[in-house]
Design a protein around this ligand. Structure first.
Ligand SMILES: Cc1ncc(COP(=O)(O)O)c(C=O)c1O
Length: 351
């Protein structure tokens, strides 16, 4: 027997790279090309650095209250964490403890199976149709919990509220988690369903629409009882995940949500223009309700194209995974960045 026999050896999630290439066009991790609200600068300039000697307000009261107001919820229906990856990790740990498998699509956020392996939970991947749509029937089987992003990542496809309600009604004995990381880019949020279904937990992030990936702030929204269990687990792990500076930064973002909405509109316009241009170049472009497109070209291998773009300093995301290895996920950048991408592709496809 050695210490290695007692290890929890896991294969970690591999995040999109943050390369240090000069003048690159970074379209690989779905960051927002437009910065956060300029109000944050004022807040940072006025920070009371003496407060840093104290532990932060562990309940992040001001931020929680502003978020509750924004979503039309009560404060005890809001949970805050250090990025939505941490909120997701705590959500799995809190709610998904039965004997049956956890259900999620086979093409989805690749962190979900990593959490299951970490916690030694069983899971079942639900095969998407060829057009990446989900089958409602797949969610009608015994399970210890259900999770999917809406819109889904990396496909970008959205399901409507009827689809979500059908899942909620047929799974009253499980928590259904809807990961709305990209909902502000044109989807309809299911947050208003929280007061109708006590088995719904919605997760959102400040990393995408609010342009605060560098600040690490994630949110879970659900009924009071579910949220209090989530806090119990968090407080058994780390009482102070959201630091003082992040609380101030995130609060400024919530108080200026109009800025976020305007920037999302710009991203949506660029996305629609990019979709049309890619189709014209012969790409297969599934519909997207997020700040990325998931595309393939019938005549060019996905990995080859990924490497050609990289050589040009244009970084997109590619997975060496069956089903999706012909696809590239391209984050929507500024109009100028997308024009450079499109010009390169036009030229490359002529060769
Ligand atoms: C579907 C989905 N959920 C959650 C996250 C995590 O975001 P963060 O930890 O930055 O809040 C991501 C990040 O790419 C994502 O794509």
């Amino acid at each position: 027997m050695s210490w290695q026999d007692k290890l929890r050896a896991v294969e970690p999630y591999v995040a999109g790279e943050q390369p240090k290439i000069v003048n690159m066009i970074k379209l690989n991790t779905n960051e927002n090309p437009y910065g956060p609200t300029p109000k944050i600068k004022e807040v940072l300039n006025q920070l009371d650095i003496d407060k840093l000697k104290l532990y932060p307000n562990s309940d992040a009261d001001d931020l929680k209250s502003a978020l509750a107001k924004y979503h039309g919820l009560n404060e005890d229906e809001v949970f805050l964490g250090n990025g939505s990856d941490e909120v997701l990790a705590l959500t799995f740990l809190t709610f998904f403890n039965g004997k049956d498998p956890i259900l999620f699509p086979n093409i989805t956020y690749s962190f979900y199976p990593v959490y299951c392996d970490l916690y030694q939970m069983s899971y079942k991947e639900l095969a998407l149709n060829e057009d990446f749509t989900m089958n409602i029937q797949d969610f009608m089987q015994p399970n210890s919990g259900i999770i999917f992003p809406n819109p889904n990542a990396p496909t970008g496809l959205l399901v409507d509220l009827d689809f979500i309600e059908t899942i909620l009604k047929n799974n009253k004995e499980s928590i259904v988690v809807v990961d709305e990381a990209y909902i502000d880019f044109g989807g309809v949020s299911c947050v208003p369903l929280i007061h109708q279904y006590d088995n719904l937990v919605v997760i959102q992030t400040f990393s995408k629409s609010r342009s605060l990936a560098g600040s690490r702030i994630g949110v879970a929204l659900g009924n009071k009882e579910a949220i209090s269990h989530l806090y119990d687990v968090k407080n058994s792990f780390n009482s102070y995940p959201v630091d003082y500076v992040t609380q101030q930064v995130a609060l400024a973002s919530v108080l200026d949500s109009q800025d976020m909405k305007e920037k999302c509109k710009k991203v949506i316009n660029t996305r629609e223009r990019t979709k049309a241009a890619l189709k014209e170049l012969g790409f297969i472009v599934p519909d997207s309700y997020s700040n990325f497109v998931f595309v393939k070209h019938p005549e060019v291998d996905g990995k080859t194209l990924f490497l050609a773009l990289r050589k040009e300093g244009i970084i997109v995301r590619h997975w060496d995974k069956e089903n999706i290895n012909q696809y590239l996920r391209i984050t929507i950048g500024t109009d100028e960045q997308m024009d450079r991408l499109l010009a390169f592709l036009k030229d490359y496809l002529k060769r």
